[in-house]
Design a protein around this ligand. Structure first.
Ligand SMILES: NC(=O)c1ccc[n+]([C@@H]2O[C@H](COP(=O)([O-])OP(=O)(O)OC[C@H]3O[C@@H](n4cnc5c(N)ncnc54)[C@H](O)[C@@H]3O)[C@@H](O)[C@H]2O)c1
Length: 313
């Protein structure tokens, strides 16, 4: 995909989307369109020269058809992203994540837009699988969010098989970094607690292990994805497992605090104990190389949170 190509980014005003937009602009892309309903993201964060901002719902067929008519590629990030919300309201999650994605694929096919990069997830699709998890493992989603992401991977594969579209699903691990103030994920939640002078809440003993990927590394992988014709499913993670207790120790260093108060509360049911992912395939196919050490990424993220806290309060 050349830099003058027209790229539609759904959910592009959210955490990952606004980082993708910044990264693409910095790498010479100048014809970006962002559609976001602002249910979580804010379009003003991506309102720059080279970016057309559209406030709207991916379920709006007429709007999506008009946006797809001129698009060379889609980076599909819009979703109901909270696992807990999907348990409380699975029908809404199905509507946005499955119906919205299916319509997007159908309309893209009709418009002749063949390249679709679909944001998927490793952990929520695979459930409790022995690490390092790979693309080959059988799927066992434990919540409607994971089931929806798995269904969309299936439709992406089917639209490649049946209609020759070039669809690629990228399974992101736990992404953290700047522009994530609105997120409830662990790094963002912990930093917000620190800024508000509250203890961190840890579910269980803190020895659960996750794969934390810095958003700067992730967006480089997403750009590589639109610059190749790769199809199928690829995992994007750091390939390093880190316990929550180790994360907190690294946060103490990143924030210059000697001690961080923590409230340990009972573990949540259905939470995966230990997971990290193998990224050999993404390395081979995309040249994906996440180079940011966790300590460095946490320091960058803390700087961003500290500088922007008043903007979001
Ligand atoms: N952040 C992570 O660690 C992570 C991990 C795995 C997968 N993902 C996936 O990556 C994608 C982006 O996640 P994120 O962390 O940036 O989340 P986010 O919530 O910050 O971004 C999602 C954006 O989609 C928008 N949106 C929601 N419903 C919409 C609709 N119906 N129409 C238009 N816009 C809509 C929201 O306003 C928001 O700006 C999602 O598909 C998510 O499932 C994220």
């Amino acid at each position: 995909m050349a830099q003058e190509s027209s790229i539609l980014i759904t959910g592009g005003a959210g955490f990952i989307g606004s980082n993708v937009v910044e990264h693409l602009l910095a790498n010479g892309y100048q014809n970006l369109t962002v559609i976001d309903d602002e249910s979580l993201g804010r379009l003003k964060r991506v309102d720059r020269p080279g970016v057309t901002c559209v406030k709207g719902d991916i379920l709006d067929e007429a709007l999506m058809a008009s946006l797809l008519a001129g698009a060379d590629a889609v980076i599909h990030l819009a979703a109901d992203t909270r696992v807990i919300d999907s348990i409380e309201n699975p029908a809404y999650n199905f509507e946005v994540n499955v119906v919205g994605s299916f319509r997007l694929l159908s309309l893209a096919r009709d418009a002749g837009c063949q390249r679709i990069i679909n944001a998927s997830t490793g952990g929520a699709i695979l459930g409790d699988a022995p690490p390092p998890v790979s693309e080959e493992l059988p799927a066992r989603p434990l919540a409607p969010y994971g089931a929806a992401k798995l269904a969309v991977e299936g439709y992406c594969s089917a639209f490649a098989g049946a209609y020759g579209m070039k669809t690629l699903s990228l399974r992101f691990s736990n992404v953290y970094g700047p522009l994530s103030f609105h997120k409830g994920s662990v790094v963002a939640a912990f930093y917000k607690s620190l800024l508000n002078g509250r203890p961190l809440t840890v579910y269980g003993d803190g020895e659960q292990v996750r794969d934390f990927l810095y958003v700067g590394d992730l967006v480089a992988g997403v750009r590589r994805a639109i610059e190749t014709d790769a199809t199928g499913v690829l995992q994007l993670g750091s390939s390093v497992g880190t316990s929550i207790n180790t994360l907190i120790a690294l946060m103490a260093e990143a924030t210059g605090r000697r001690e961080i108060p923590v409230d340990y509360v009972p573990a949540r049911q259905g939470e995966t104990r230990i997971t990290w992912c193998c990224i050999d395939r993404a390395r081979e196919v995309l040249g994906f190389e996440p180079g940011t050490r966790l300590a460095e990424g946490l320091a960058n993220t803390w700087n961003w949170f500290s500088e922007n806290v008043t903007v979001f309060k």
